[in-house]
Design a protein around this ligand. Structure first.
Ligand code: PHE
Length: 488
């Protein structure tokens, strides 16, 4: 519509003098007219010349005076015939109107300021300032002198208005035919290609950057981890259940029921459904036994084990819950050595800070075979971490309810020039493995680490909230390196 208006007008007239006025006449928004003019100008349908106009607009202060009167006028009007004390007048008007009002009214010789008393000097005054402001606001002309005065008082400020004057261009036509961008089969069949105007190729156009298909750094590092495990001959465990029972998450792992991790301050429990439907009863009985009174040479924890506590559903706090299910399943068949791994999400009811979130991802690996020992665990850890680019490791004795011995793993970070904690590990306790029914000489070595930690090190991110969660900047996902090699 705007395009027809411009081209149509120029068919009968020489010139559009002012696109602003033209827009008003045509009842079309100026922005729309400007867009059309720019496009027509680009194709030389019209010839457009810039026009710039300085317009004045009221400042916030100017607007209040246009509405309420100038301070000097307000001041004058507030002075009764018999005069008024300064203090009272100031109270009536407020500090700023009083102060500015006094200055201006004295300058105008409207009032007499005594030591304490203020009185009128003239009988009648006109609020010219307000009148000027109203006129400017309505777009009416005002003399330069008055503009200067209002400008000095910062009641108006300049606004640059841009528009165009437009006349016919060398390619002018009353109607623009869109140049064809493609030569179609129909064009050839109909023969209308002979009359078509084709758009020229722009060989220097950059083209749109390909959008979509970006991988989040966590996904890339997860893939790296999976490749490492697969190269080492591990099988992936099925981790597709965020909801787990306390039994598999804790009890099967010989984690006592009064352990602080089982508190709702540390673990998210489910309201609905709040309990698990099914557990393997004979195994539950053996787990209860081992917690209460031990067995297989262990004293147990010597407390009253409660089934209700084991039934409670939760969001799994570690992927070791999956490991416990897998080992139990393994124990139900003739024994076979296994290497299992998983990378998936876990949840903890934690205060969120630079390095902690309430949900994150765990990487877990385990090997189950006869006669394994701590040396085997250390060897596997060296193998695993050196594949990640970290070949200097140190181990620190630690504690997990389900492993003995347990070791925290530290790796030397060549870039940071310091030892950083990279994981946790251990040998699963007989109190965990024997009730499952695994043969006595079967040992399980296992380790776990977060996926976020190595990802942050690899991608140089120091706040976990920049990596994962609702505050992540999409540009991180769109423009991170294709891959990073080596945790150094
Ligand atoms: N489950 C432990 C954690 O959440 C990691 C771990 C896995 C430790 C296996 C020992 C063995 O930190």
């Amino acid at each position: 519509m705007a395009e027809e208006a411009v081209l149509g007008f120029l068919e009968k007239n020489e010139l559009i003098t002012d696109s602003g006025e033209f827009a008003v006449e045509q009842g079309i928004s100026h922005d729309e007219i400007v867009n059309v003019i720019k496009s027509l100008n680009g194709f030389r349908f019209v010839d457009a010349q810039d026009i710039k106009k300085e317009r004045w607009q009221l400042t916030a202060e100017g607007k209040t005076y246009a509405a309420n009167g100038s301070p000097e006028f307000q001041l004058f009007m507030a002075i009764p015939q018999e005069g008024i004390s300064r203090v009272e007048l100031q109270k009536k008007l407020g500090d700023s109107v009083f102060k500015i009002g006094c200055q201006q009214a004295i300058k105008n010789k409207w009032v007499e300021m005594g030591k304490s008393q203020v009185s009128r000097k003239v009988a009648h005054v006109d609020d010219n300032v307000k009148a000027m402001l109203v006129r400017i606001n309505d777009g009416e002309a005002v003399s330069q002198e008055e503009i200067d005065a209002l400008k000095r008082r910062k009641l108006i400020s300049p606004q640059i208005w841009k528009g165009y004057s437009v006349r016919k261009g060398p390619n002018y036509a009353p109607k623009r035919r869109k140049p064809a961008t493609d030569l179609t089969r129909e064009n050839l069949q109909r023969g209308d290609w002979k009359d078509l105007q084709f758009k020229e190729y722009n060989f220097s156009a950059k083209g749109l950057p390909a959008e979509g298909g970006y991988l989040h750094p966590l996904l890339k590092v997860r893939r790296q981890m999976q490749m490492i495990f697969l190269q080492m001959g591990f099988e992936e465990m099925p981790t597709n259940n965020y909801v787990e029972s306390s039994f598999w998450n804790f009890d099967a792992l010989f984690q006592p029921q009064q352990h602080p991790a089982r508190d709702s301050h540390d673990t998210f429990f489910l309201r609905e459904p709040s309990t698990t439907k099914m557990l393997p009863e004979d195994y539950v009985e053996r787990v209860k036994q081992i917690h209460e009174s031990g067995g297989h040479g262990s004293r147990g924890y010597q407390y009253d084990w409660k089934r209700d506590e084991a039934n409670k559903n939760l969001l799994r706090t570690h992927t070791t819950a999956v490991s416990s299910r897998m080992l139990y399943a393994l124990a139900q068949k003739p024994f076979e050595a296994k290497k299992y791994y998983s990378v998936d999400r876990v949840f903890r009811n934690e205060a969120v800070d630079r390095t902690h979130l309430a949900e994150f991802h765990q990487i877990e690996g385990l090997i189950c075979d006869r006669g394994l020992n701590l040396g085997d665990l250390q060897g596997v850890l060296y193998d695993f971490f050196s594949r990640l680019g970290m070949s200097k490791l140190r181990f620190k004795p630690a504690y997990n309810p389900y492993t003995e011995p347990s070791m925290e793993i530290f790796g030397y970070h060549e870039g940071f020039k310091k030892w950083v904690e990279v994981g946790n590990s251990g040998m699963f306790r007989p109190e965990m493995l024997l009730p499952m029914g695994l043969p006595e000489d079967v040992r399980v070595i296992a380790w776990g680490l977060s996926l976020e930690r190595p990802t942050m090190i690899l991608y140089g991110i120091d706040n976990i909230r920049d990596l994962f969660g609702h505050k992540v900047d999409l540009s991180l996902i769109k423009s991170n390196p294709i891959c990073r090699i080596g945790l150094q």
